[in-house]
Design a binder for this molecule. Structure first.
Ligand SMILES: Nc1ncnc2c1ncn2[C@@H]1O[C@H](COP(=O)(O)OP(=O)(O)OP(=O)(O)O)[C@@H](O)[C@H]1O
Ligand SMILES: [Mg+2]
Length: 253
């Protein structure tokens, strides 16, 4: 009788220890890095995608952005935000990869991106010759050069913060373009109206950033929670989505 009791006690102890170890592991936040293809590196903590690093926006990148957002919003029970957040992050990732690839193109053709005359000439050539196939080729070149696009996901029940970073210094003209597009986006509430007015300008492209602001307004999110932070070596687009009044924004004003 006594023996039996001891054995079961021992078993119980081990079961408990396993539970304890599992709990400790969870608390310590086991972070792992997974290279899921030649150009996608994920950082995962307890099944939660913390970041995605890439050099080009491929189908695989799109799928993983979608997965990361679904996981976040599923846990936070805000499924209606999935398509909006997906569109925004994909657009920012494309902008980031494009900025890096533009540098490589300029370097190859001997244009100095920090020189305004060179920038105008280089951009014209870039726009005339860049294709979908080149985007893949330049993504691989970006990887070799160490130019990346890093998407950081951070969330809790009070809100979500997503940052999309690329690691090449920005050109003055790009800064100016960003400012203009953001101003334009602030001025519109209606996507259809914005499209019609933009078609009048016959510009064709250059709609991404303005659309992000209009989409945020459509979701009832203050567009001031979207920021582009220009550093010496990096450009960071940051989107914050408050989900409660306790949300702590990184904004300084
Ligand atoms: N990460 C970035 N680094 C450097 N410049 C950027 C970055 N993101 C945006 N820009 C500049 O801002 C401009 C406007 O971006 P936006 O996304 O609105 O338009 P686009 O990417 O040119 O065209 P579209 O989004 O319609 O395909 C870009 O053309 C580029 O000059
Ligand atoms: Mg864009």
């Amino acid at each position: 009788m006594e023996k039996k009791y001891k054995r079961s006690k021992k078993r119980f102890f081990f079961q408990d220890l396993n539970e304890l170890l599992k709990e400790l592991k969870r608390k310590m936040g086991k972070v792992e890095t997974k290279e899921i293809s030649d150009h996608i590196k994920l950082t995962i903590e307890n099944g939660k995608i913390l970041s995605l690093k890439t050099h080009k926006v491929s189908k695989g990148v799109e799928e993983n952005i979608q997965k990361a957002i679904e996981l976040i919003l599923d846990r936070l029970t805000h499924p209606t935000l999935v398509p909006t957040l997906y569109t925004i992050i994909k657009e920012l990732a494309i902008n980031a990869c494009k900025a890096n690839q533009k540098r490589i193109f300029f370097e190859e053709r001997g244009f100095d991106i920090s020189n305004p005359d060179d920038y105008t000439k280089g951009l014209k050539e870039y726009k005339a010759s860049f294709s979908e196939a080149m985007s893949d080729e330049f993504g691989n070149k970006a990887k070799k050069k160490g130019y990346y696009c890093l998407i950081n996901f951070n969330y809790n029940e009070d809100g979500i913060t997503v940052e999309v970073v690329n690691n090449t210094p920005i050109a003055k003209q790009e800064e100016k373009s960003i400012r203009e597009k953001l101003e334009k986006g602030m001025a519109y509430d209606d996507i259809a109206q914005f499209y019609m007015d933009s078609a009048d300008n016959a510009e064709g492209a250059g709609l991404g950033l303005a659309l992000i602001l209009i989409m945020l307004k459509g979701e009832g999110i203050d567009p001031n929670f979207f920021r582009i932070i220009i550093g010496d070596e990096t450009t960071t687009a940051r989107l914050e989505i408050p989900l409660s009044l306790d949300f702590k924004s990184k904004r300084t004003n």
